[in-house]
Design a binder for this molecule. Sequence first.
Ligand code: CP3
Length: 350
Amino acid sequence: MSKPATPADPNCPFLRACRCEPADHTPIWIMRQAGRYLPEYREIRSKVSFLEMCRRPELAAEVTLQPIRRLGVDAAILFADILLVVEPMGAGLEFSAGTGPRILRPVRDGRAVDALQAVEVSASLGYVFEAARLVRAGLPRQIPLIGFAGAPFTVASYMIEGGASRDYVHTKSLMYRDSGAWHALMERISTVLIDYLNGQIDAGAQAVQLFDSWVGALSPGDYREFVQPHSARIIAGLRPGVPVIHFGTGAATLLELMRDAGGDVIGLDWRIELADGWRRLGNGVGVQGNLDPTVLYSDPPEIRRRAKQVLDQAGGRPGHIFNLGHGILPTVPVDHAIALVDAVHEMSSR
Ligand code: CP3
């Protein structure tokens, strides 16, 4: 059984930044920080499949804690995957080496949407909540735990395409041909995601991030019509007082619409300058980002120089959470990730 949880300090730098309050340094965490670039992750992964790692709370908790020990980041993110919710809905999920995630029964029409199952999250995804409890019990008070889910568009497009896609032909076909089925699918997914995220919060997450990794495929008009109401419903349905980070990639043209859907902090990728993005978003929200992940393939002096450019764009304004613009890549040298965290802490300390 899990030990009693130590609550996180609401005044730690990460949670202060989520509320746009000043902090003694700019907090940093790294998307995908629990992953393959860490030898201690690969060691466990060499013995256990990815899905099994997710389903065994003690393993998921261990790999969640690894980057806290190794990098000294200011927040932990729960080790799980945005696609875990797809399985109890009945679409089937497989991770195979090299090809990434695969949905076994893609959902491409109204009948398939109707056939999806309702999900009782504590019964089918309780292993994620148990991992969150174990992580919280193993974290110091200064380090909050971030829960997460895929945003409904990104989850829906995986369910429809069956895997990664370049043109989103099946996704957009459903949207344009049968908007009723599209909205029904988005509602089904959103209902599960609200319960799933609230379950993570109840188990010990102090903040949550919605990953809309694929949303950049949409025009602003399509985002407004087909996505925004659903993302907004999810964010409005979460436990009050828990900060939400709303992240998209390739979404520079959608920032205001994403902000209007909700979130205390908007995640920016590197395709927009942080200062421009923040100006467009206005004063009411924080920003997270936005170093190009491939900068970590340069060397520590260049990493530091580039990190300083990002910090300068933020200008010390309260409400900046440092991160990469997207996930850390699996072949990055660990020392370079450590150099980034150290540089951000040192250059931003106030
Ligand atoms: O950030 C973290 O460290 C927490 C863990 C996390 C994972 N996936 C673990 C994982 C998070 C936040 C995710 C989110 C996720 N999963 C997203 C959104 C973020 C993004 O990067 O855009 C997406 C699109 C997925 C779906 C997914 N899962 C993909 C595309 C892959 C990669 C396939 C591959 O082998 O390259 C995964 C697998 C996955 N999820 C791994 C990890 C650590 C690698 C699995 C392994 O060890 O083989």
